[in-house]
Structure formats: structure tokens, C-alpha cells
Ligand binder design. Sequence first.
Ligand SMILES: [Zn+2]
Length: 182
Amino acid sequence: MESGEITISRAARQADFPARFQLIAAMNPCPCGYLGHPSGKCHCSGDAVKRYQQRISGPLLDRIDIQVEVAALAPALLSAGADGAASAEIAQRVAQAHQRQLARQGVPNQRLSTRDIDLHCKPDGNAALTLRNAMLHLHWSARAYHRVLKVARTIADLAQSSSITSAHIAEAIQYRRGLREP
Ligand SMILES: [Zn+2]
């Protein structure tokens, strides 16, 4: 998942193939799927929820950069049109942020090595403190720490900001708290 390569071994031969991909996945929060739903339909026990969520291993979850809960929509909202910016407008913002990354460091943020993260994703004073606190409270691994920094760098790039501020870090931290506790 991280090397962007896959090695296939058959008998005495071995071959490397490119395998750089973007993983997008969805899961239910509990066995019945209604945990946190306003109807109060979920009666799963705390243990059952925990067991269910633990079916995704920690190390795998650790490698997923953005984890967000998507709450159920009320029927009235479902039939209403989408709000917010149009896709074409967002696509343009994304392309600009991508250009910004290439101009700064030659590769997109996702491809930065740990050493380059220290170089290009330095949070400003308060932001560094916010991140350290979150890391302590949420018991993050070093990998999670570096991944949050890359996401924060991307958020700052989308906002056309050269520095990573507390607001960027706080947003990135929110994107890593997807699993609802039972
Ligand atoms: Zn449930």
C-alpha cells in the first residue's frame, strides 16, 4: 500500500509491478448499520460495535489518510438539490493546489517521504502545539502524525496558504476521527 509496488513470486521467479492506487472504502459503524441514527433504531451493544469495528485492523486503518463519518440524510434533504460549490469549480481549485505542490517540491503531497514532510509540512507555532496535543490524546502512531501533516499541507494548498496554520491542522485532525465510539 505504501511502496506503490507489488512483488509477485512464482516458483523461482519474481517480478515487481507498479501498484500505485487510491483506496476509497466505506463501512457501516455497527452490525446493524444504524449507530448514531436519529431514529434510535440501533440496539447493538458496545461490545458488538467494538468487535465489528475491529474487523479493520489498526495498521490498515492507520494507512487511510482521511476517515470521516457520513451521517444519514433526512429524506427531505435527499430530494433537495446539492448545495455548495459546483464540481467544475472544485476541480479547478484541486488542479491549482496540485500545481502548487509540484512547484514547491516536485511531487504531490501524497508522495512526500518522511524527511521531506519535515521540510515542506512544517506547521507554524500554534499549529505544532495543536498537533502534539491531538497526538497525545488520540494515541497516534508516528505514521498517523506524518499523514495528518500531509493532509494539513493539502488543506493549506487548497486555501492557497504557504504556511500551515492551526485551522488547517485542526481540520486535518477532524478527518482522522471517523469511527464513532459505541
Ligand atoms: Zn447497530
